[in-house]
Design a protein around this ligand. Structure first.
Ligand code: CO
Length: 503
């Protein structure tokens, strides 16, 4: 078989595995939005069947042979050509899948199901000792997983690589350390400031139907294409990329809070704009897929925070908000509204944190994961380590473990090494946004006029259309001309919040 024929066969098989994965994604979307409770058990069987089928097809030894036939051919001469990118990424997935014994995969899946139930109970009772035996087992299994996947310096690298390909613990540690010092100082200064927003402005009655209309308008304005998408309700908001012209988002409404659904919709809208603008002719192959979770998060956080919580954005949308919610907002001044949607306050729960304190929540988790994976922190000592760090970074101590180390589902799901992607998303996002501002100096005027198309087109051209052509670290350099740095994020936060809090 010629290298070209082998490549064509490889792509055909890759698209087939993707087709199965997207069928599972439709079922998952349905499960989270519409499925009646009674449908759960059979849905579980459907999902297990599809993931087994996809695994079998993606570990077929013939894929290994097809890869070898293409890897020394002219197809990979230019390392960033479409073919070379696909071959590189298919090889990566294949090697990862075949390195892990089926027995371990099954053991992790079983442990995850049981641990999640135990974790729910432990969190309800705020009793860490209930969850401890399961957590010990999960750490042991994830370490085994890392050993099978292989790594040079840190077991953590093997796990992190599953979510942020090519990223290393060393780079994350270094970048986070610089960022942490700056953030701790900023949070302390904000906490000490006498200026505080009036939160009653955003915490009053906001009709849910009107919230939906307002959120949809904003999502459409920033570039989410409703012709190829839709907005539904789910407990945990998410974006579902179901096909080249079908990318759906969800949100959840709080009738007594304007921001939760609105910024949730902006966040998922940002994720969806990325998915909608991947190169559809490469759909189902790595060249047509997103780079990493961190890069995905950079897009959602940019639209949600850097655009959606900016003054120019609300110059356009505040008059509209007053029309939609006349009872609540008629007498409210612009500056007071703007301050209220940018409230900064150290709090215990990560998913409710503001954009200044959020990264500190992530760093703490990263440091703890790294310590227990290295064997430097015994699982039984996690609550103490958590509370000490929390006091150091945010100045407050969680009253119990439910509001401390038991709050997230990641560890009970055997997902270790995932947390850094959230903070990396913030750093990538700020660095991209700073460069976009350099390239387009009048973005603020455009936003104030309700025009977001130039920023969207810039993101499409520089990031979305490239799919997996570059790994995250490289993409940042290609787009911004600089290596990943904490500085753009720090500059952004210091400028914005320095002004708001009079620092
Ligand atoms: Co997100």
């Amino acid at each position: 078989m010629s290298a070209n024929d082998a490549y064509a066969e490889l792509i055909k098989r890759t698209r087939e595995v993707n087709l199965i994965a997207r069928c599972a994604a439709v079922l998952h979307w349905d499960q989270e939005t519409n499925m009646p409770k009674g449908g759960g058990q059979y849905r579980g069987e459907q999902m297990a069947y599809l993931s087994g089928l996809a695994h079998k097809k993606s570990t077929d030894p013939e894929i290994g042979e097809l890869l070898s036939q293409t890897e020394n051919s002219d197809l990979v001469k230019d390392e960033f050509s479409d073919e070379a990118v696909n071959i590189r990424e298919i090889r990566r997935d294949y090697d990862k899948s075949v390195k892990v014994p089926q027995k371990l995969v099954e053991e992790i899946a079983r442990t995850r199901t049981i641990s999640q139930q135990v974790w729910v109970e432990a969190r309800q009772k705020s009793d860490f000792s209930l969850f401890l035996p399961n957590l010990e087992k999960i750490i042991k299994l994830d370490r085994e997983l890392a050993d099978h996947l292989g790594y040079e310096k840190e077991a953590y690298d093997a796990l992190l690589d599953n979510y942020e390909p090519g990223m290393t613990c060393e780079l994350v540690s270094k970048t986070f350390a610089d960022l942490r010092d700056e953030l701790v100082k900023l949070v302390a200064a904000i906490t000490a400031s006498g200026k505080k927003p009036n939160m009653a402005i955003v915490e009053q009655d906001f009709d849910v139907h009107r919230q939906k209309i307002f959120g949809q308008e904003a999502a459409a304005a920033i570039g989410y294409n409703f012709h190829d998408g839709r907005l539904d309700i789910s407990t945990h908001p998410f974006t579902a990329g179901l096909g080249p012209h079908d990318t759906r988002i969800t949100t959840r409404y709080n009738p007594k809070h304007l921001g939760q659904a609105f910024f949730g919709t902006m966040h998922e809208g940002g994720h969806a704009i990325y998915d909608q603008n991947l190169d559809s002719k490469h759909f189902g192959t790595p060249r047509g897929e997103f780079v990493s979770l961190g890069i995905h998060e950079s897009q959602s956080l940019m639209w949600e925070n850097m655009v959606g919580r900016s003054r120019p954005f609300w110059r356009h949308f505040f008059p509209r908000a007053r029309q939609v919610f006349p009872e609540a907002l008629a007498g409210v001044a612009f500056d007071d509204f703007f301050f209220a949607i940018n409230n900064v306050r150290p709090s215990f729960i990560r998913v409710e944190a503001d954009e200044v304190t959020y990264n500190l929540h992530i760093m703490l988790r990263f440091e703890i994961e790294l310590a227990f994976l290295r064997g430097e922190l015994a699982p039984k000592d996690i609550p103490g380590a958590w509370n000490d760090k929390f006091k150091d970074y945010l100045g407050i101590t969680p009253p119990d473990d439910a509001q401390g180390c038991l709050q997230d589902m990641h560890w009970s799901s055997a997902v270790i090494g995932y947390f850094p992607t959230y903070a990396l998303g913030n750093l990538y996002g700020a660095q991209f946004f700073a460069k976009a501002r350099e390239d387009m100096p009048d973005l603020d005027e455009q936003f104030a006029a309700g025009d977001f198309s130039e920023l969207k087109n810039w993101l499409v051209k520089n990031i979305h259309l490239h799919g997996k052509r570059y790994r995250a670290e490289k993409l940042v350099e290609v787009v911004t001309g600089r290596r990943l740095s904490h500085q753009p994020a720090v500059n952004y936060l210091k400028t914005k919040y320095g002004e708001l809090y009079g620092l």
